[in-house]
Ligand binder design. Structure first.
Ligand SMILES: Nc1ncnc2c1ncn2[C@@H]1O[C@H](COP(=O)(O)OP(=O)(O)OP(=O)(O)O)[C@@H](O)[C@H]1O
Length: 435
């Protein structure tokens, strides 16, 4: 059994025979539906496509036993034609199942300053395809949401017009399919398939770099669609002119339309994405944990999602609520890597700059409030983000006793628990350390 594609509410599975379909339907359909809705948070219809049971060539090669009268022959011809038509219809149906990911919608996408432009451009294209921004070229670093956005365009158009012919392909898949079509002399079929699309979404075009034949084929597909006013959306990890090995004529065509970038998200967007994803999974993710993960992760959202899934799995398997201390424990191997580089000296400098005092004052024994609070905050953050022990921290703060360090940490912990403004100040300093 093979996943063939999905629409907004239907998942299409390929099966080898009608017997197999019946067997899966009787035994496993309910289970499959349940698993899909657990993963996607909504239920889907399941449609089966049965692969050809008899190879075409075998049927054609079968010799006729007896010559038939001509009227019979005409009837046979008509029947054959009907069969051909049916086959074509069936093939069309298969090709037209857009292989979009139904989870990637505009609703599930969080927009923030880093991706606002690409988000707005994608919405504009989805609302009025092939009007103002054709082609739309979205570029940005790994795991920043390009695939999500192009699928969202497809899903939006499909929801408005379920008959729309939409094709989402990675450039690698485009190339592999082209190679196969060349091999089996099916290039006409390959070309026709793409050229009758209303919307062509090609992901990660940079993989076509240096592949001349693939670029040539894509170039003709592009022209055919563009000339018939069909929308094309392309993604890449780089701006067109920065893709080495991309032919000039393709590069210039990408520049005909709109080029929109996605930048790495800031902390606020990362937190918002985590909150949205946890809501979608119906998991309670406290704000301080979301912030902890957002600060600890790179800008790659896929990595951020991985952390969330790990945490959710841990909470679910142990039957515990997600808390900051649990997150610290579960993420210690992942996030320690990042915090390891933060030194006591960096913390002292950042805290001193934040409160506009001197590092020497921070380390001193002066007991005025404007110095005591920053000092205690710096000590708390040192304990939190470095591996330094209490005595080591004491040493770096002008030779203080380790009990003074413990007292400072406890004091800050207490204040953090009941004072939101104070919590925001500490978070602000931590943010500065991570940027
Ligand atoms: N702004 C966002 N809101 C919600 N989810 C996001 C956002 N950005 C990225 N994601 C999620 O992060 C994951 C990775 O995103 P996606 O696959 O779209 O990245 P990409 O830019 O295409 O990466 P690649 O360069 O590897 O192809 C997906 O699960 C996607 O849903």
């Amino acid at each position: 059994m093979k996943f063939l594609g999905a629409t907004i509410d239907t998942i299409v599975l390929g099966v080898p025979s009608s017997f197999f379909q019946k067997w899966v339907t009787d035994k496993y359909l309910a289970m499959i539906k349940e698993a899909i809705s657990a993963v996607n948070g909504k239920s889907y219809q399941i449609e089966f496509h049965i692969a050809e049971e008899k190879p075409e060539a075998a049927t054609e090669a079968k010799p006729e036993k007896e010559a038939k009268p001509s009227r019979e022959k005409d009837k046979d011809k008509d029947r054959d034609k009907d069969k051909e038509k049916e086959k074509d219809k069936e093939k069309d149906k298969k090709e037209l199942v857009p292989n979009l990911n139904p989870k990637y919608t505009f609703e599930s996408f969080v927009s923030g300053p880093s991706n606002q432009f690409a988000y707005a451009a994608s919405q504009a294209v989805a609302n009025k395809p092939a009007t103002n921004y054709n082609p739309l070229f979205i570029y940005g670093g790994v795991g920043l949401g390009k695939t999500h956005l192009v699928n969202a365009i497809g899903n939006h158009i499909l929801a408005k017009n379920p008959k729309a012919k939409i094709c989402y392909y990675s450039s690698e898949k485009f190339m592999n399919e082209m190679i196969n079509s060349l091999r089996y002399k099916k290039m006409d079929e390959f070309r026709n398939k793409f050229r009758k699309m209303d919307l062509l979404l090609i992901d990660d075009i940079q993989f076509m770099a240096g592949k001349e034949a693939t670029q040539e084929e894509f170039f003709h597909t592009f022209n055919a669609l563009y000339e018939s006013h069909k929308q094309i959306v392309v993604t890449s990890d780089k701006f067109p002119k920065d893709i080495p090995g991309l032919e000039e004529r393709l590069r210039s065509r990408f520049e005909w339309g709109l080029i929109a970038d996605i930048q790495p998200p800031g902390i606020e967007t990362k937190v918002a994405i985590l909150k949205k994803k946890s809501d979608m999974h119906a998991v309670n993710l406290p704000d301080d944990v979301a912030l902890f993960l957002a600060e600890g992760a790179n800008s790659n959202i896929r990595e951020l999602e991985g952390m969330l899934i790990r945490l959710e799995a841990f909470a679910s398997l142990t039957g515990q609520e997600i808390t900051l201390s649990m997150a610290r424990e579960v993420m210690k191997d992942i996030i320690v890597e990042k915090t390891r580089d933060i030194t006591v000296e960096m913390i002292q400098k950042t805290v001193a700059e934040h409160f506009r005092i001197k590092v020497s004052e921070l380390k001193s024994d002066k007991r005025i409030k404007t110095l005591v609070v920053p000092r205690q905050i710096a000590i708390y953050i040192c304990r939190e983000l470095t591996k330094a022990s209490y005595p080591e921290i004491g040493e770096k703060f002008g030779g203080k006793d380790h009990s003074t360090i413990i007292h400072s940490v406890k004091k800050i912990e207490k204040q953090l628990a009941g004072d939101d403004e104070f919590k925001a100040t500490v978070e602000d300093i931590r943010k500065k350390l991570f940027t």
